[in-house]
Design a protein around this ligand. Structure first.
Ligand code: B3K
Ligand code: ZN
Length: 876
């Protein structure tokens, strides 16, 4: 297997100026003609051959300046095209012809045809499955694309940029020509052809330019595209106001397709989306779906500047566009919704996905230095940790400093393919800050652990905080250095007020943000009249773990009074987690589970506090999941003990707050007509969190059953069904709701994904048989990534007791699936496989069974490069 190293980066020997592509679309045979205007790079070796990338291609024609090339001038195989004796200087045109089969393309990478729609996915290395090319992000060219297809089945012919010509041809065919004036790398190329419905709107940019906006969806689904369109317009406006970024073409298009490997793709002027991230109406989409659609539509739009106008020099710089764009997306969501609630969701996501990645066999820096398969590096580390790194820059520089640095970045690098260093330099030059030490966040993997010790001196009115930092070794990186960490700290006085120190000494700080730079540092807060409760990492200012042996009394003060709601939630959550971890230990040791009353009191008081927004109260009322508990236990994890313990704690809290929870299930008034706004969503979230507890306290599904029957929107309906299915598994009520749901949404694959996931995550050993049987359900389709993730993905990654059955049957089933799926769709399969990346945290019996199955997969010598890379790293 090839390994690609950052240190080997070399610019290409040739520069491409323009690319003229002609697609003659046929279901099983599409011909692709590519006319490339290029020249040798000044200073390049005058005898160097041209070496283009391919992937599974066959060359069907090759010409230089219009004349066919003699066989001795070139070599081609599936993966490479080499052309020799090209002009030393001066421009020339190379014409390359290939034939591809879009229908047979089950990898969903390159040009593929599913459901009658031709569409493309080229990032990262899909363009080379269409034609031979310099398929790398630092080769920017101006594209003209001609599409020829049958007019009846493909009335719609789309590509990047603006349409410049349209013509009817003979034999029922027609053509359209698109021109994109902005030079771009091949990974941003896109083509869509087929028959789709469309909604249209307009946007006037801040400089007064009129832009046409279109969202294309399957026929019959146009009414479900309105929310995505609305989110797009809000994102366009926000990016102008917040970052001064204006859209640059006359048209912006989004196409929703049903077979898509990931969420969405930011192709220039023609974003292609997984339809689950576009389609929404109250009957079929949950509040979470709406929030996700808003975020991803914005994310892909924001890429127009961070990614497209300025792109990456090479794929090691992926976080340059992804981390920054996630940060922009997060800020957008925070401005559109409740900032603290959005932030808590980000923290939960980071802890559930990025921390385990960073602490396991697949750990890598935000900017890796080597890869075997770049597809496997679209990770939560590159995306979400990368976003946290940009957020920390904003924290260290302040909002104005961040904006100045970003303005300089846009001004200096527009039209460029750049590196993380280029990005950091802009902040340094714009603000005078030195980010040399800070840059280590990009290069060192692992989650830092911050230890906190405090001492209060009443006579001196001083609080001393001693802060240490360590990062545990990660694969290939034994020695860790201290990072530059911005840590926001709050002091909460005896009456719950924020205490302001008269001075902070002992190290750099920017207002309440301490700047840790060494292994250990001591900060002194002066002018503190009483011993405060210390709230560390407010707003989750740094993506770190905190070890602070704080008194229960202080934590209860924070849980009840902290004005930074992120830190307040964090403390409430930590109190619950501590109880749950202890309970799991009790179960494992054969002791009975006891819970202290204080936890219940805190949860109930928070849930009932009308001064807090409902969405926050719902977050507080949601106990850490079984997976969260497992991660907190760290090793020797026994999923069954955790399940028993969590159920017992849940039941005890449900008993303690029975009246409150029952009252809260009806207390939130919702307007008669459904609105997906964040506030209404928050009320539904609180109602449903309370419902889960209320029925647990009552030990009777009746209340959930009624809620299911009365639900007039998908959020409430799904919540009720999940409560029935998970808390009353096997009951007549649960089975009735499940079969009602299956029947009601028989023609709605995206809604049935929620049904598959609900069933796949029912706790307990028996779920495996159900999952296996569901693979035979008419609605299941193993070629569709959404179905696979909804059933198999949910089972493997979100059902700890079902998947980790103590007889290993879950792993065996999964490994069988992985081996067949790998032949079909390697990207999807490698991603699924990461569900097992933390197997070494399991107790010894399960760990051995899991390892045996991973080894069984690894023993096959015909694995895709994607899967090979993942299993090899997992077993290293
Ligand atoms: N840039 C794409 C992701 C491409 C993944 C390729 N394996 C979507 C996004 O991050 O916006
Ligand atoms: Zn992105």
């Amino acid at each position: 297997n090839r390994t690609v190293y950052l240190k080997d980066y070399q610019p290409t020997d040739f520069i491409i100026e323009t690319v003229d592509l002609v697609f003659d679309l046929g279901e099983t045979m599409t011909t692709v003609g590519s006319e490339i205007r290029m020249r040798r790079r000044p200073g390049a070796d005058p005898s160097a051959p041209l070496v283009f990338d391919g992937d599974g291609l066959a060359l069907s024609g090759l010409a230089l300046d219009g004349k066919p090339l003699l066989p001795e001038r070139y070599d081609s195989d599936a993966d490479t095209l080499t052309v020799r004796d090209l002009p030393e200087d001066g421009a020339f045109t190379l014409t390359v012809k290939t034939r591809i089969n879009p229908t047979a393309n089950s990898q969903l990478l390159g040009l593929y045809r599913t459901n009658g729609i031709y569409s493309t996915q080229c990032e990262a290395e899909g363009f080379r499955r269409i034609t031979y090319f310099y398929d790398r992000p630092d080769v920017l060219a101006v594209y003209t694309v001609t599409i020829i297809a049958d007019e009846k089945t493909c009335p719609l012919l789309l590509s990047n940029g603006n349409m410049v010509e349209e013509q009817t041809l003979d034999d029922g065919r027609h053509m359209a020509r698109w021109h994109d004036p902005f030079p771009k790398p091949s990974y941003l190329f896109a083509l869509v052809a087929g028959d789709l419905a469309m909604i249209e709107d307009r946007f006037t940019t801040m400089s007064g330019r009129d832009v046409t906006l279109r969202v294309y969806v399957e026929h019959g689904k146009a009414e479900r595209a309105g929310y995505a369109m609305d989110a797009l317009k809000r994102a366009m406006k926000w990016d102008e106001e917040r970052f001064g970024r204006e859209y640059d073409l006359d048209i912006f298009m989004i196409v929703a397709v049903s077979d898509f490997n990931m969420g969405a793709m930011e192709n220039k002027g023609l974003n292609i989306f997984n339809d689950r991230l576009i389609l929404a109406d109250p009957e079929t989409a949950t509040d979470d779906d709406y929030a996700r659609i808003e975020a991803v539509v914005a994310h892909e739009y924001f890429h127009n500047w961070t990614g497209n106008r300025i792109t990456c020099r090479d794929w090691f710089q992926l976080s340059l566009k992804e981390g920054l764009t996630v940060y922009r997306e997060h800020e957008f969501s925070a401005d559109q919704r409740s900032r603290p609630v959005v932030r808590v969701d980000e923290v939960k996501f980071l802890r559930a996905h990025q921390f385990p990645e960073d602490g396991g066999p697949l750990a890598h820096p935000v900017r890796p230095t080597e890869y075997v398969e770049i597809d496997n590096f679209y990770t939560t580390t590159v995306y979400e940790k990368g976003s946290e790194v940009s957020r920390m820059i904003a924290t260290l520089l302040g909002p104005d400093g961040f904006r100045q640095g970003l303005d300089l970045f846009f001004e200096r690098h527009d039209g460029g393919a750049v590196t993380i260093e280029d990005y950091l330099k802009c902040f340094e030059e714009a603000t005078g800050h030195d980010l040399t030490h800070f840059a280590l966040w990009y290069h060192q993997a692992g989650t830092p652990v911050i230890s906190v010790a405090s001492a209060y001196d009443e006579d001196k009115r001083e609080l001393t905080l001693t802060l240490g930092q360590t990062t545990t070794p990660t694969p290939g990186e034994k020695v860790k250095k201290p990072l530059h960490i911005p840590l926001r700290v709050g002091l909460i006085g005896p009456n719950g007020d924020n205490m302001e120190p008269s001075a902070i000494t002992g190290g750099e700080h920017r207002k309440d943000v301490l700047e840790l730079t060494e292994d250990e540092q001591t900060f002194v807060f002066e002018g503190i009249g009483a011993r405060p409760a210390i709230s560390v990492n407010r707003d989750f200012s740094a993506p770190v773990k905190i070890r602070f042996d704080q008194s229960r009394e202080d934590r209860l003060r924070i849980a009840g009074a902290e004005t930074d709601l992120v830190a307040r939630w964090d403390t409430i959550n930590a109190l619950a987690l501590e109880t749950l971890v202890k309970a799991a230990g009790d179960v494992k040791a054969g002791r009975s589970v006891t819970i202290d009353g204080e936890l219940g009191d805190v949860l109930i008081a928070t849930a009932e506090d009308d001064a807090l927004e409902p969405a926050f109260r719902a977050l507080a009322l949601t106990l850490p999941s079984e997976l969260d508990i497992g991660r907190a236990i760290v090793d020797n994890v026994d999923p069954d003990a955790i399940h028993t313990a969590r159920s017992a704690v849940f039941a005890a809290i449900a008993q303690a707050g029975g009246d409150s929870f029952a009252r809260l299930t009806t207390a939130m008034e919702n307007p008669r007509t459904f609105s997906p706004d964040a506030e209404s969503a928050g009320r539904r979230a609180l109602t449903n969190a309370a419902l889960a507890l209320a029925v647990a306290g009552e030990g009777d599904p009746a209340r959930a059953n009624r809620a299911y029957g009365h639900a007039d929107n998908m959020t409430d309906m799904l919540a009720a069904m999940r409560i029935l299915a998970h808390q009353f598994a096997g009951s007549a009520e649960a089975e009735d709701a499940l079969s009602d749901f299956r029947r009601r949404f028989a023609g709605e694959p995206l809604v049935l994904d929620k049904w598959f996931s609900t069933l796949a995550t029912v706790p307990g050993a028996q779920t495996l048989e159900r999952v296996a049987a569901l693979m035979g359900d008419d609605a299941f389709d193993e070629t569709n990534p959404n179905r696979v993730r909804a059933l198999i993905g949910a089972f493997a990654s979100s059902n700890p007791t079902g998947f980790n059955r103590d007889d290993g049957a879950g792993y065996n089933f999964f490994a069988d699936f992985i081996l067949t799926s790998d032949k079909r769709n390697a990207t999807l399969t490698a991603r699924l496989m990461t569900a097992m990346r933390s197997f070494e945290a399991l107790e010894p019996t399960r760990q051995a069974l899991a390892r045996r199955q991973i080894e069984r997969i690894a023993a096959h010598d015909d694995l895709s490069r994607n899967l090979r890379d993942i299993v090899d790293r997992m077993l290293k």
